[in-house]
Ligand binder design. Structure first.
Ligand code: NAD
Length: 267
């Protein structure tokens, strides 16, 4: 590979569904070969087949828990054999808040799992790819944080902690790798309407209408809108962006509540 050039191989974790699947699709459409890594093997196989068929990209899949370091090493070896060394890694695998509550009422295992998957998974896959990216003189790592990296939401301490930590991982790794042609960035989505969040909102865990109303642009985001941004960050053109956490939330995070009734001014 020419230094500073992408070799066209991308790994996307958590790509069996939701945002990750859209990211894998976008990278496939942009001409990359894509490895789909997910704990859901059937979903990963099906996403790999669909993305290959729809985009013409070479795809492969690995069924693995990103929190399991050994299993990730094995999966990475398989990907190297099938597709070759990656120029792009998207650390997207994640779980939603299982139950809201005060720290003292949440089972400690829930919090451990949240950190192990989001933060541990991001570190595990970054540790695997960075030596190969250093050797190639090119790399793009994009981590999925959340608008909770910028603000905080009460009674979801595990998720908030994990997503803020991902911002820290992103900045520290960006500094470690900047001279090696590797960029490390995070995206921080607001409310993005995946199948899982549709189900959660139907189950009453989230209030669909009030989230749309609270969002300045007046709607939920679409997975493809996150995928398009990630696709740009993964490109050679994004070489001067590193260590950034890019909020993509329709203005949700910047909106403060002044506690006044401003309805008369609304459009
Ligand atoms: N949807 C949103 O509104 C939103 C907002 C902010 C941040 N995010 C983040 O974006 C990422 C993707 O979220 P999504 O909404 O697409 O979720 P999703 O549930 O639709 O998809 C997550 C995928 O990750 C996989 N996964 C879960 N645990 C795993 C593990 N241990 N190992 C490997 N794979 C695992 C799941 O099987 C699934 O395919 C997550 O990191 C999430 O925290 C989502």
């Amino acid at each position: 590979m020419e230094p500073g050039k992408s070799n066209g191989v991308a790994i996307v974790t958590g790509a069996a569904s939701g945002i990750g699947c859209s990211v894998a699709h976008a990278l496939g459409s942009a001409g990359h070969s894509v490895a789909i890594v997910d704990i859901n093997g059937d979903g990963a196989a099906s996403a790999a087949e669909t993305i290959g068929r729809e985009t013409g990209a070479t795809t492969c899949w690995q069924s693995v828990d990103v929190a399991d370091r050994e299993a990730c090493s094995g999966a990475y070896r398989q990907i190297l054999e099938t597709l070759g060394k990656p120029g792009i890694l998207v650390n997207n695998a994640g779980i939603m808040v299982r139950r809201k509550g005060r720290l003292e009422d949440i089972p400690p295992e829930d919090l451990d799992e949240m950190i192990a998957i989001h933060v541990g998974g991001t570190l595990n896959w970054s540790r695997l790819v960075i030596p190969d990216m250093r050797q190639a003189g090119f790399g793009r790592i994009i981590n999925l944080s959340s608008c909770n990296a910028v603000t905080a939401v009460p009674y979801r301490i595990g998720y908030v902690t994990a997503k803020k930590a991902i911002r820290g991982v992103t900045e520290a790794l960006a500094l470690e790798t900047a001279r090696a042609g590797i960029t490390v960035n995070a995206v921080a989505p607001g409310y993005i309407l995946t199948d899982e969040l549709k189900r959660r909102s139907e189950a009453g865990f989230l209030d669909f209408d009030s989230i749309a109303e609270r969002t300045p642009v007046g709607r939920w985001g679409r997975p493809e809108e996150i995928a398009d941004t990630i696709s740009f960050l993964a490109s050679e053109n994004a070489a001067y962006i590193t260590g950034a956490t890019l909020v993509i939330d329709g203005g949700f995070t910047i909106r403060a509540d002044p506690g006044e009734d401003l309805a008369t001014f609304a459009e």
